[in-house]
Design a protein around this ligand. Sequence first.
Ligand code: ADP
Ligand code: MG
Length: 256
Amino acid sequence: MATDTVGDIAGKSVGEVATTPGLVVETRGLRKTFESEGAPVRALRGVDFTMTPGEFVAVMGPSGCGKSTLLNIVAGLDTPTDGDVCLAGEPLVGKTEYELAIMRRRHIGIVFQFFNLLEGMSVLENVTLPAVIAGAPRKRAETRARDLLDLLGLGDKAKDAPGVLSGGQRQRLAIARALANEPTLLLADEPTGALDTATGEQIVELIESVRAQRGTTIVLVTNDPEVAGAADRILLIRDGRIEEAPHSSGTAMSGV
Ligand code: ADP
Ligand code: MG
């Protein structure tokens, strides 16, 4: 007679996902299908992807290949149709909206291409607010926000409205805000896409210095090969699948 077989079939029992200790991100067999009018859109078709602490990965691929979908799922902003995703060793599949919000607050900083800044508030308030929402005392949140603005070269803009800043300054502000809660993982979706080359380079240098100073793990979606060149590794996505994972920087080949 069959006995109770908890977890008998690998990967099938919800809430019993085996996670690999020490990984910041781990996805296995990640699929996402959007049901729309007409044919369903298979945005992700089986993505296996891991990140270790402090790693900097650039995600590249043609428009519509699934880059933003992947980021949204890793951030817990969207749920996969199939497969597993773990953040800091905790499975996200099966969590409630509320639990996901707590995971995000604890671990994630997000920078979108078009800033998503609160225009009715000052620069300082934009960076203070996330920590206050997370429960930090206002004084401490504000001190940390000032430190971040200094770090990102916006110390003298604290009282300004975001609207008076240049594109590069606005993107730096978005990064400062994403860092307000000292995230484990910074997710940046085409953060240099709307900027000129020189400003884009500054943003990348800034992201690199954040990693150097804080050990933040970074996923950066970009279509700019130069921007991607700053990463440890490039994840190339095509039609919802990873096409190529290794990056040239660590290659044993010395020719050329
Ligand atoms: P990328 O960021 O690489 O440009 P996306 O992840 O945004 O690509 O989109 C991948 C595919 O999924 C595209 O075909 C896109 O149109 C589709 N898609 C994304 N979000 C939705 C949605 N909410 N509803 C329906 N289709 C979507
Ligand atoms: Mg996108």
